[in-house]
Design a protein. Sequence first.
Length: 70
Amino acid sequence: LDVDFQNTDMAGLKQGKAETISILGLFAFGDASSKAAAENGQISKIVHADYEYFNILGIFQKTTVIAYGK
């Protein structure tokens, strides 16, 4: 989610994660928003964000948003 790789010093930053899970594309659970990730990490200002995506043949999918900040 970030294109400015010159300012990626993550020392001392808090980390929060939020995820959503989808089964067969029919059922979805969770909240993978950056706001939810920030709240889970007690972050008031997001400095950097990233995401992870996991998929098994379209049957099971998990998206995780990771927020870093202060």
